[in-house]
Structure formats: C-alpha cells, structure tokens
Design a binder for this molecule. Structure first.
Ligand SMILES: *Cc1c(COP(=O)(O)O)cnc(C)c1O
Length: 410
C-alpha cells in the first residue's frame, strides 16, 4: 500500500499510529472512543511559523472560534499570540487562558450594547466595528476604546459559499464608502479610530488575495488618516487554507514576510484560526459495525456529525486511516456516524481495511471540530486529549448523561 501523508508529528510504525512519541494505542487503552486528540508540538510549530517574521508591535491574533479549549489557548498565549474573538464568551475564554487584554481584537456582525461595554471595560487592543450603529453605541462609552473599521472589500475568496465573508452581498463588515463616511462624520475626539480590518473568508489557497487585500486596506487607511484619525494598524483577517488531503502545506512564515514587505507605516495584524490549529487535532473513533446496503459497504463509527460537523455542513472530506495495520483486504467504505440523519457521513470511497472493533483516526479536525460540536441525538460531547512528547493529558472530560440534563427542570 502507498505510504500515506500525515500531519506533522503524526507517524506510523510497527506499534501503530503515533502522535509525537506516544503510541495512540496507549491512549485507546485508557480513554473510551470517540475522542479528540491534539499534538502540542504541531500546534506550537504552526503558531511559531506565524510569529517568526512579525515584529514586536505586530499582532497575530488566533481566532478562538476555530477551537476555544482553554488549554490550547494557554499554549498560544505563552508563545505571545494575541486572540481574535467574536463573542463575549470567547473574550472571557481568552482572558481566562491568561491572554493580555491588549492583545485581543473583537469582531462580529451583531455585537450588543452590553458586549461593547464589556469589551471597552477590558481595554482590549481593538473593537472591529461592523456597522454605523456600533459607532453610535461606542461613541457613548466613557472608556473611548480603540476601534477599527471592518471593511467588506468585495473580494471573492473562491471557497465554499458558507465560508465566503468578503463579498459585497455578505452580512459582514461595511463598505469602503461607508467607512469613509464614518471617518468624516466622527472626529478623532469622538471615536478612537486606530485601524482598518477585513476578513475575506476561510480556506484561502491563493495568497495573492491577501496581498491584494493589504493594498486595498492600506490605501483606505491613508485616506482615513488624512481625515484626522490616528490609524496605526492594518488587520488582514484570517483564512489561510490547510490541505485536508494532506498533500500540500501552506507557509504562514512566508505569508507574514511578504505582507510585512507590502505594508509600510502600519503594524500588521492577522486573525488566523484554522491554519494554526486544524492539523494539530484528530478524532479517534471505533468501528461499531460493518454493513452492506444495496451496492454500498458501510463502516458505522462511534463519532457522529454532532461531534464533527464539517462533512455534513460544508461537504468537507477528512482523511481517515486505521490506527493499527491489519492483514485484511482493504475495501472502499462509506464511513458513517450513528446519528439519525443521512448527512451524518464522513464520505464514500475511504479505502480501509478496518473491521468491527477497530479504531480509526480522522485527521485535520483541530479546527471547527470540537468548537462546532453539539449534543444532537442526546450525545454527550467527547473527551479532548493533549499529547506532549510521550505523555498525554485530558484537557476536556467526556460529558456524561448527567451533564446533558443538568440544566433541565425535572
Ligand atoms: C473565523 C474568523 C477568522 C478565522 O478564520 P480562519 O479561516 O479559521 O483562519 C478570522 N477573523 C474573523 C473575523 C473570523 O470570523
């Protein structure tokens, strides 16, 4: 069989799959499947790649919505990362992980008055404004927080429609014309307008789009400065892709380097989520049963769309592999979960030699995996495990049935 590509720090030898120096079998002996598992080394490598070409005044803000586990946020905070949050809940998570408020940016299309007040009281790096209404609410806050205008640059990211965020008919951001209007209407003593930001979408494979965006934002920043505002940074958002087929690697260090060359006179901010955390995480699942219906062979596994929603929501395909090689003949299976929805499928034509009781790994699930998880079908959320070198620890316990009904009045 052809050797498969795996994320960095995932390998296979005669003992089966290994994460860093730990045999996955050892985790499976102690922790019931399904569970999420992360490689600390992988996470640190990708985060460091973003940091290595940025200056002390630049800020790489990890996007908390990709994966908000506080243990992972702590690792990133210790490396000096900032955080991009889209709710007060995420802001509180970042603070709890030890992030400095001055390294947090707050975006979101529907921030309420109390959200804005809370963020202003924390004295965060910037509130990224997405409507004229927000400007009015912020103007009346006594803290006079630092704000940026989140522009909708009307650019197509050429990705899945659900993760396109920078076209003019998307709900996100404000137009360049509206940004200029706001900058004209309000003086620098009314709003502390210090940045221009954008986020054009997710899974962007063409880095030229970032350079085009940087140019646009810089031109706008110049105009807004001329209107008397002290713009000090440009925030190009997140969105760099990862390869779910595990063939290509996109290079954050090179992207930051080139952005630094193109942006002059402003601090650089970025908001990467997926590209930092996706490849560090995987799901481990057991085969509940094999079955054949009509022409199709199925492997029914114990992880479902409630735990890992990306295939059902975006038709995403994740690479799947056996944890232990066996001599059985491999077959093309459709791998499906136990949830009562036809959409609960991890795709057809997974060439596997697994049988009932075997364990499988689903790669590249560190981002938008556990953070999008739900309890649909009354399924408790799985445990999350962090591997460091040859040891592992539980960073989120598996939920119990009691957890599921705890808030119900009975
Ligand atoms: C989701 C999001 C990001 C992160 O996007 P990725 O594709 O995960 O890098 C960055 N900024 C904002 C405002 C977001 O909503």
């Amino acid at each position: 069989m052809e050797p498969r590509m795996r994320p960095n720090n995932f390998s296979k030898d005669s003992t089966g799959l290994k994460i860093e120096e730990l045999a996955l079998q050892k985790v499976c002996e102690k922790i019931p499947t399904p569970f999420y598992i992360y490689s600390e080394a992988n996470l640190v490598e990708t985060a460091s790649a973003y940091l290595q070409n940025s200056n002390a005044n630049d800020l790489i803000c990890y996007s908390v919505k990709a994966n908000g586990n506080i243990n992972l946020l702590k690792i990133l905070a210790n490396l000096g990362m900032g955080f991009d949050v889209v709710s007060v809940g995420e802001l509180k998570r970042a603070l709890k992980a030890g992030a400095k408020a001055k390294k947090i940016v707050f975006s979101g299309v529907g921030k309420s008055k109390s959200d804005l007040k809370f963020a202003a009281e924390q004295d965060i790096y910037s509130i990224n404004i997405e409507s004229a209404h927000e400007v009015e609410l912020i103007k009346n806050l006594k803290e006079s927080p630092r704000v940026s205008l989140r522009i909708n640059p009307d650019m197509a990211a050429n990705t899945h429609p659900y993760i396109e965020t920078g076209k003019s008919d998307c709900k996100f951001g404000i137009s360049e014309a509206e940004a200029l209007e706001i900058a004209k209407t309000y003086s620098s003593s009314e709003i502390n307008l210090v940045g221009i930001s954008a986020h054009i979408g997710s899974q962007i494979t063409d880095t030229e789009l970032f350079f085009e965006l940087a140019e646009k934002l810089q031109a706008l920043a110049e105009q807004i400065k001329k209107l008397g505002h002290n713009v000090d940074h440009i925030d190009v958002g997140g969105g760099l892709a990862i390869d779910y087929q595990l063939e290509n690697q996109y290079d954050p260090a090179q992207l930051v380097k080139e952005l630094k060359e193109k942006i002059t006179g402003y601090d650089l901010l970025m908001e990467p989520g997926r590209s930092i955390v996706a490849q560090s995480g995987a799901v481990v699942t057991s085969v509940i049963t094999e079955k054949t219906n009509g022409q199709r062979d199925f492997l029914v596994v114990d992880v479902g769309m409630n735990d890992l929603m990306r295939p059902a929501l975006y038709s995403a395909r994740h690479t799947i592999e056996e944890i232990q090689d066996s001599n059985a003949e491999s077959k093309n299976f459709e791998v499906v979960g136990p949830v009562c929805e036809t959409a609960d499928s991890f795709g057809q034509n997974h060439n596997l030699n697994a049988k009932t009781g075997d364990q499988l790994i689903i790669y590249s699930t560190g981002a938008y995996g556990s953070s999008m998880g739900s309890n649909y079908n009354s399924r408790p959320k799985p445990a999350e495990i962090l591997v460091s070198k040859d040891s592992f620890k539980v960073i989120r316990k598996a939920e119990s049935f009691e957890d599921l009904i705890r808030l119900e009045e009975i």
